[in-house]
Design a protein around this ligand. Structure first.
Ligand SMILES: [Zn+2]
Ligand SMILES: [Zn+2]
Length: 254
């Protein structure tokens, strides 16, 4: 890949990532915070939405994050093109059990990586330099999903090109996981609980992190460090004591 190719592909990928963020977060924000407001009233955490100034700031920061994600995407494509990754197209290339197992392993490793780097980013001295931007959003919105400092974006994005060097994963499952990351980040920041009350009674589903869980992280900043699942928070005693009550309260039928 020449330098001109690198710049061209980075610009193209940046446009795709950033426009997709704007459309998806915008649609989610409109649907849940405005259109469904009456139906989901008790599930919306803040009656007064985040100010326009913070939302504008979040979108500007998301543009910077999209640049980092685009470069990580190009690095991933470059590695794939050169045959360095373990991505594979033919589902029969590995035992069939690997098809459901590989995404679970991908998510479990990412969860562990994220939980511990997130704890590290909350240490004094690191927090101010890397993570404080994300926590400026106390009343989060769907636009907070990509609102990070570029250094934090690098820490998050680097997992992708690194994991596909070692973990065999079917290409379409990999693309699905990339979409899942955006969906999860949007759900967790939108400020409205979309998971039903019944999920708190179902094994595995009750360990899924949703808006109530991550909203408490933005409000308290000392609890709820997980990304997709609550396991590490439970094991390390960092889950907010308010979480289970609050989830029941916001999901109970009026
Ligand atoms: Zn957050
Ligand atoms: Zn944090």
């Amino acid at each position: 890949m020449t330098t001109a190719d690198f710049i061209l592909w980075s610009c193209l990928l940046f446009a795709i990532i950033f426009v997709r963020y704007l459309l998806f977060s915008g649609a989610y924000h409109y649907l849940f915070r405005r259109h469904w407001k009456d139906r989901l009233q008790q599930r919306i955490f803040h009656d007064r939405p985040a100010g326009q100034t913070i939302m504008r700031k979040e979108i500007i920061r998301a543009a910077g994050v999209s640049v980092v994600f685009a470069v990580a995407g190009i690095a991933t494509l470059w590695l794939w093109q050169r045959g360095h990754t373990r991505l594979y197209l033919d589902p029969g290339e590995h035992h069939w059990i690997w098809l459901p197992l590989s995404p679970l392993l991908f998510l479990a490793l990412q969860e562990t990586y994220y939980y511990w780097t997130h704890r590290w980013m909350h240490l004094p001295g690191i927090y101010e330099r890397v993570h404080a931007w994300h926590h400026e959003s106390i009343e989060t919105t769907a636009f907070t999903a990509f609102s990070f400092h570029p250094l934090e974006a690098i820490i998050q994005a680097i997992y992708i090109p690194l994991i596909i060097l070692v973990l065999p994963i079917q290409t379409f499952i990999f693309l699905f996981l990339l979409a899942l990351m955006t969906l999860s980040a949007t759900i967790n920041h939108a400020g409205v609980e979309v998971f039903p009350a019944s999920w708190s009674k179902i094994p595995l589903l009750r360990r899924l992190i949703g808006a109530t869980h991550h909203d408490l992280h933005h409000k308290q900043a000392r609890t709820n460090f997980g990304l997709y699942f609550t396991y590490w928070d439970e094991w390390m005693g960092t889950e907010s004591k308010k979480y289970k009550d609050r989830f029941e309260r916001v999901t109970e039928k009026r």
